[in-house]
Design a protein around this ligand. Sequence first.
Ligand code: ATP
Ligand code: LTN
Length: 333
Amino acid sequence: MEETKKRMLSGIQPSGDLHLGNYLGAIKNWADRADEFECYYFMADMHTITVRQTPADLRKRSINQLAQYIACGLDPEKNVLFLQSHVPQHAQLSWVLSCYTMFGELSRMTQFKDKSAKHKDNINAGLFTYPVLMAADILLYQPDYVPVGEDQKQHVELTRNIAQRFNSIYGDVFKIPEPYISKMGARIYGLTTPGEKMSKSIPEGCVFLMDDPDTIARKFKRAVTDSDSVNPVRYDRENKPGVANLMNIYATLTGKSFEEIEKEFEGKGYGVFKPAVGEAVIETLRPIREEADRLIKDKAYLDDIYRQGAERASYIANKTLRKVYKKVGFYQI
Ligand code: ATP
Ligand code: LTN
């Protein structure tokens, strides 16, 4: 049975603290899929240095985030969890693929255009060739699906083009992966900016997984709603985006429908509704935070997960790399 499972792979940059948007939009869905697919998730630490990082912070986040992912339900027994820089085949395949990727293709990547506009003083070659490393990350593992947010779709499409180009010269070396964009992906908006997605760059409106209950309660109390005092808790994305966002969060956490939520808060104002949503978030995140705190202290356990993950990942990665080296004509001993 194991053999017939489809394979899923995704990477996450350990470039900031995880938040409720990451949890509801990505991690929770990944955790829920572990029985259905053979899953590989890695921390893309090599990608983070395309913009300057503080080394001590990157090192700390690379291990803390592993604890947080496990605490969110990504079971290391069911998912292969590893750190990109522990598997040298990523960099090795990236070089080969860069010789099958066109300058023009990379120039069209919107993330490169955005990031080079933002970091004008550091438009380095890595920022430009980043999608080639991402293609290597993916193609090494021959996955069927790559679960990503909408913003990464262009990179997965480039990966498909590179793989098809390579296959058309050398035969079927790479599986052509599909982007997997969750419809349930719950786009969570910022609590103070309901027009924009929740993001670590706007920390006041962003609930971090490691926030303590008081901080979460305060953030929800300050959540932006509107001045509707007649019929406050009502789902209207257009005219009441702040309320719709809170309802969406509450619905995703409790499994209740929007109608049920409207009924539950009928005749009650935001003074009741906002703390109730905050409470639901606090209770969801409490066990995650406690478990992450516990795991973070057990560095030997986390190192072991990374060690095992790297071993399992490089076994698969090496098979693909050997094939590629052979195909392009590198002399084998
Ligand atoms: P930020 O905007 O805070 O920098 P990010 O976009 O850098 O966040 P990533 O680390 O790129 O976050 O994304 C990790 C995963 O979380 C991606 O699959 C992304 O689609 C998802 N994600 C990020 N923010 C949200 C959000 N507000 N709602 C739903 N999903 C989100
Ligand atoms: N580019 C992605 C992270 C990433 C990734 C990958 C995702 C790096 N390599 C491979 C899927 C597959 C991002 O910035 N979120």
